[in-house]
Design a protein around this ligand. Structure first.
Ligand code: ATP
Ligand code: MG
Length: 415
């Protein structure tokens, strides 16, 4: 029955995958904390207006990807498709603009109505970071460095490439916009229907088009660099020099855009060709106009987000399965002692597996299946003398340990 299937584009995260998600999220949080970022969480749904205002009417997300509904009180609500808009909303509603600069890290589920395929889901997960209140290019360098170190800490070797570009300041963008309108208007009828719409609303976004018929036109489009004024060039130079100082390899891709009006200066993406069309793993940029666009103060911002599922496909060293210690009562007479001993050992911080039924050999089999590192046998005449028998399941060696010093003896199995 269809209702008993997960909704298309969503999936259950079983322990193996969850361990991987946790490794990725924790690594991100840990590396971000070295830069002074603190973890936050905004609600999973917001008023639809929050996303409409920040992402703009012409973005793919707003035009076709949002999960929106009216709640019982008649409010228009949207499941968050990305994290930055919620952070900007939080900055305004929480009066946080008094405390700049701010550095926030986040992770969690995002929702987009997209065509599901490998690396593209309707509920997916992101980790991300936002640096608010710094207008200097040093912030852009720091954010790219943070992204690079997160990927390094995950030991992703999948030939990741960093591409960067600049969208310049407002004046430069306006000049480039004019040039693009002029160029694409000549070929209007050859553009995809979507790009024809973009031409009227936000021509920069045409450069981001994935439609085949647009590709060759895009290749011959005028280059942004010709329209950058001195200030914009200088800003970009400082960012590039910063990356060189840190030996972070990059290439400049003039077609890389974030096509929204309030994005400015730096845009960047870490990509791989190992995930087909879903090759972008971490993407971000500077969004100086965003908070103001929402109705807040003029606050600079730089941020990025990375897809946890896509990162997960590239992490080669999967997290290890934690190995328990099994407690095995020799006969059911010792069940109570087993529960009590398990409780005490868990209280001391050890991971203890207690099978609930079966004879000794069944329980031992289960312990091996869980790749337990040791088994504690409770029963027999050792028991009467106040001892338990502890077997190391890797070496097979076995020894008698006084019940009172079990915790000390098992210390060697602590992670
Ligand atoms: P794409 O070009 O692949 O659609 P995007 O430009 O829409 O990506 P962003 O909005 O910049 O992506 O989101 C940042 C990251 O989140 C992406 O680089 C990707 O790793 C991940 N991501 C975005 N959409 C999805 C999705 N539907 N499923 C899984 N991961 C996603
Ligand atoms: Mg997308």
């Amino acid at each position: 029955m269809r209702v008993l299937q997960p909704v298309r584009g969503t999936h259950d995260i079983l322990p193996e995958e969850f361990r991987l998600h946790r490794l990725i999220g924790d690594t991100g949080a840990m590396v971000a904390s070295r830069f002074g970022f603190e973890e936050i969480s905004t609600p999973i749904f917001e008023f639809s207006e929050v996303f409409k205002r920040t992402l703009g009417d012409s973005s793919d997300i707003v035009t076709k990807e949002m999960y929106s509904f009216e709640d019982k009180g008649g409010d228009k609500i949207t499941l968050r498709p990305e994290g930055t808009a919620g952070v900007a909303r939080m900055l305004i509603s929480g009066g946080l603009a008094q405390k700049l600069p701010l550095k926030y890290f986040y992770r969690g589920p995002m929702f987009r109505y997209e065509r599901p395929q490998k690396g593209r889901y309707r509920q997916f997960h992101q980790l991300g970071a936002e640096l608010l209140g710094v207008s200097e290019p040093q912030a852009d360098i720091e954010m790219i460095a943070l992204g690079a170190l997160v990927l390094e800490a995950l030991a992703i070797t999948a030939n990741l490439k960093l591409q960067i570009n600049t969208l310049g300041n407002m004046e430069s963008r306006a000049a480039y916009r004019e040039a693009l309108i002029k160029y694409f208007s000549t070929y209007r009828s050859s553009l995809s229907v979507e790009s024809q719409m973009r031409l009227d609303r936000n021509p920069l976004r045409i450069l981001d088009s994935k439609e085949k018929e647009d590709r060759s036109l895009i290749e011959n489009a005028p280059e942004f660099s010709l329209y950058l004024d001195r200030e914009s060039q200088k800003f970009f130079e400082i960012v590039c020099e910063g990356l060189e100082l840190l030996s972070i390899e990059y290439s400049v891709n003039q077609r890389l855009v974030r096509g929204l009006d309030y994005y400015s200066h730096t845009a960047f993406e870490f990509t791989t060709d190992e995930l087909g069309a879903q090759g972008t793993v971490l993407a971000g940029g500077r969004y100086d106009g965003l908070v103001e666009q929402m109705g807040g103060a003029k606050v600079s911002g730089v941020g990025w987000a990375a897809g946890i599922e896509r990162l997960g496909m590239l992490v080669e060293k999967k997290p290890e399965v934690p190995r328990p210690i099994a407690i095995i009562p020799v006969t059911h007479v010792h069940n109570e002692l087993a529960i009590l001993t398990a409780y005490k050992l868990r209280r001391s911080g050890l991971q203890i597996e207690l099978a609930y039924r079966g004879n000794m050999s069944k329980r031992l089999k289960r312990a091996n299946r869980l790749s337990a590192c040791a088994a504690i046998f409770l029963g027999g005449d050792e028991m009467e003398r106040g001892f338990a028998c502890v077997r190391d399941l890797d070496s097979g060696t076995q020894m008698e340990v006084p019940l009172v010093s079990l915790v000390d003896h098992l210390g060697r199995y602590r992670l």
